[in-house]
Design a protein around this ligand. Structure first.
Ligand SMILES: [Zn+2]
Length: 197
């Protein structure tokens, strides 16, 4: 959050982006956070969070939709690399979410993305406000809840307070990442000691 504040204020320090960062991480990585975000070229994670080499473990698919390979990658970041935080990061004007609302004919495997976001689009049908914005948020909330319930690794770690799983939405025009309050309430007590293992 501090890194994003720097980015928004045009005060990025671009940490750990030099040759020293390469030698410091050559032997291994210890990312502190895992980002599950959209492939959109306008959401470059290390830039918008002002982080560097070895900081973030990132899984990106359009609409940040997830299936087995994504789940395995997230679990790996937690079990093998010790990442303590999973952030599902949606963004304003997401094309995958827009497609789930409008349902255009799409070729090939793109339908997988649309189908994955469809349940969120259904939920926002009668909601007040902008449907695309509502669906973007709903999609992130649904994805956070999915990960919190994902057995056997993430659900257990989440319940035990060893990891946090939260959701956020990135604003393309301001550069600001807004953490969604719906995903910040009733969090299990985060246990620094358990997490430190
Ligand atoms: Zn997107």
């Amino acid at each position: 959050m501090g890194g994003n504040r720097r980015f928004v204020e045009n005060k990025s320090i671009k940490p750990r982006q030099d040759r020293a960062a390469l030698s410091n991480t050559e032997k291994g990585q210890k990312p502190f956070a895992t980002i599950v975000g959209c492939s959109d070229s306008r959401v470059p994670n290390e830039i918008i969070f002002d982080q560097g080499v070895g900081d973030l473990f990132i899984i990106r698919t359009a609409g940040q939709v997830m299936a087995e390979a994504s789940y395995g990658s997230i679990e790996f970041s937690s079990v093998a690399l010790g990442s303590k935080l999973v952030v599902v990061l949606g963004h304003q004007s997401c094309g995958a979410v827009d497609a789930a609302i409008k349902r255009p004919d799409v070729p090939g495997h793109i339908v997988t993305l649309v189908n994955s976001v469809k349940p969120a689009a259904e939920k926002t049908k009668n909601m007040a406000g902008d449907r695309l914005e509502n669906t973007i948020r709903q999609n992130v909330i649904d994805q956070v809840m999915q990960l919190r319930d994902l057995e056997p690794v993430l659900a257990k770690k989440y319940r035990n307070g060893e990891i946090l799983i939260v959701g956020a939405v990135y604003n393309l025009s301001t550069g600001k990442v807004e953490f969604l309050p719906e995903t910040l309430k009733d969090l299990p007590q985060f246990r620094a000691t358990a997490a430190a293992k």
